[in-house]
Design a protein around this ligand. Structure first.
Ligand code: GLN
Length: 190
């Protein structure tokens, strides 16, 4: 079976990830929107987009997709979450009881840049990339605890905004909202 890249398409900016992979040269037939357990079974890696983590978490739990993602990830499937995606991948969310996949041993703080600063852009370094990326932050989370074995990839203003653990990647920012496809290309090497 040819490699298929899944993008969780329950809610949020999933179409932007599909476009980013297409710009990175991935043929449309290798991309799949994932809404069900059956869709997930057809992909080799998964990207979880930005959106609203409490809503999507509820849906993942209710329709069995969350446990299926956890099972696949523990068998080695690479997973990358941007913003909401990273929140869902965390093991803990500060001050909230919401559904979590627990794929990254981190604690996240939602909407961590404050009510006045819902959204901004600035350059962010990424360990392993020669040049920084343009970080688009939209009501973005930060990582407030990094467990053993979790590598910090990006910081902004001394806050952790990018992490990797094995084949799981989490970014507070949204590379899919820029024309820079380096992170999408990099994730395909995981
Ligand atoms: N603030 C959203 C949440 O907590 C995440 C925002 C985003 O994905 N851009 O779920």
């Amino acid at each position: 079976m040819a490699t298929k890249i899944g993008v969780l398409a329950v809610q949020g900016d999933f179409s932007k990830h599909i476009e980013a992979y297409e710009s990175a040269g991935v043929p449309a037939h290798s991309l799949r929107e994932v809404r069900t357990v059956e869709d997930l079974a057809e992909v080799d890696r998964l990207t979880i987009p930005g959106g609203e983590s409490s809503t999507v978490g509820l849906l993942l739990e209710r329709y069995g997709l969350g446990p299926a993602i956890i099972e696949r990830a523990s068998a080695g499937m690479p997973v990358w979450g941007t913003c909401m995606g990273m929140i869902l991948m965390a093991s803990d969310v500060e001050d909230r009881e919401q559904y979590r996949l627990g794929l990254l041993d981190i604690t996240v703080r939602r909407n961590a840049f404050g009510a006045q600063v819902h959204s901004f852009e600035d350059e962010v370094g990424v360990a392993g990339l020669d040049q920084p990326v343009m970080g688009v932050f939209i009501r973005a989370p930060i990582v407030t605890r990094v467990g053993p074995g979790v590598e910090v990839l990006s910081t902004y203003d001394d806050k952790v905004v990018g992490v990797r653990s094995g084949s799981c990647l989490g970014t507070s920012y949204h590379p899919e909202l820029t024309s820079d496809t380096r992170l999408h290309e990099w994730f395909l090497t995981f």
